[in-house]
Design a protein around this ligand. Structure first.
Ligand SMILES: *Cc1c(COP(=O)(O)O)cnc(C)c1O
Length: 297
């Protein structure tokens, strides 16, 4: 839908934060596809990885509860802090196993072995829903964007969103390439990772999904708006979050969507982009919005 823009462009927003499963967001979209695969493999336990504030862990813990299977979350002890996502994970009955960040892979391996030894058939989901299945979720989302364009007889010149592990980004680019769309820029605003690594991870995900490498110019992974790293930059972002809540009734958060929205606006101003059709994909994280409330007030 179209929303009020503070730059001279037509701004649209895709509300994936309202994606109708397990409190929404891109992790719910990816998570549902992982659970389709889990069912095919007759798994009866899910194991995944994430921090205590993770949207991914919240989505997976809720999906596991709905499925009626066990859920074990490996979480770095360095990241432990209270969050609404963590509350939901606990409410959903997931087991949280903490370990030092350097011991994450071996802890995952050990837990999978333990579950197997206890007669379970565990299914592992990479952190953030990374991998081909996660990429597939955003190839499908890209198709929804194409359908919207066809239905409304219009075309988006730019697509912006928060890019973390790069799976969302990879899916959108694969969708664009598969449909032969050329006059459109897909721009991921990095929320933490710097280049060249950030961009390389997106390229690797695309290669893994498509089975062939693509022109690196297809991937526009902007690390100009990291603002000091993961979860940082509240000085710049909080005013944007307040304004968007009041202007458009859209909840953004400091870590992901608020940072991406801020980065998008800065980019449009810096490159003097005007009179274009811009799509912002709201990738979710509503519990984080409420978590930021004390800082917002
Ligand atoms: C995880 C997350 C992202 C980043 O998605 P990736 O596919 O990992 O790049 C963006 N926004 C929100 C709200 C997220 O939870």
């Amino acid at each position: 839908m179209m929303i009020r823009s503070s730059t001279d462009n037509q701004l649209y927003i895709k509300r994936d934060d309202l994606y109708p499963a397990v409190l929404g967001g891109n992790k719910a979209r990816k998570g549902e596809l992982f659970f389709c695969d889990l069912r095919k493999k007759n798994a009866d336990y899910v194991v995944t990885y994430g921090t205590s504030t993770s949207n991914h862990c919240r989505a997976i813990a809720c999906l596991a509860a709905q499925e009626g299977i066990g859920c074990r979350i490996i979480s770095p002890e360095e990241s432990q802090c209270a969050s609404y996502n963590q509350d939901v994970v606990i409410l959903a009955g997931a087991e949280i196993v903490t370990c030092p960040i350097l011991k994450v892979s071996e802890t995952i391996e050990r837990n999978l072995q333990e579950l197997k030894a206890a007669g379970h058939n565990p299914y592992f989901i990479p952190g953030g829903g990374h991998g081909n299945i996660g990429t597939q979720a955003y190839v499908e989302a890209y198709q929804e964007i194409l359908d919207y364009e066809t239905h409304h007889n219009m075309h988006f010149d730019y697509i912006f969103f928060a890019s973390g592990t790069g799976t969302t980004h990879a899916g959108l680019v694969c969708g664009k390439l598969a449909n032969g769309v050329s006059d459109q820029e897909i721009i991921g605003i990095s929320i933490a990772r710097p280049n060249p690594r950030g961009k390389q991870v997106v390229l690797d995900s695309i290669t893994q999904y498509c089975g062939k490498s693509v022109n690196p110019e297809e991937v526009n992974f902007l690390d100009d708006y990291i603002l000091g790293g993961y979860g940082k930059g509240e000085m710049q972002i909080l005013p944007v979050i307040r304004r968007e809540l009041l202007n458009n009734g859209v909840p953004l958060d400091v870590t992901y969507t608020g940072k991406a929205f801020y980065g998008m606006e800065q980019y449009l101003i810096k490159h003097r982009i005007r009179n274009k059709r811009i799509l912002f994909i709201h990738t979710g994280g509503t519990p984080l919005f409420f978590g930021d409330m004390e800082r917002l007030k």
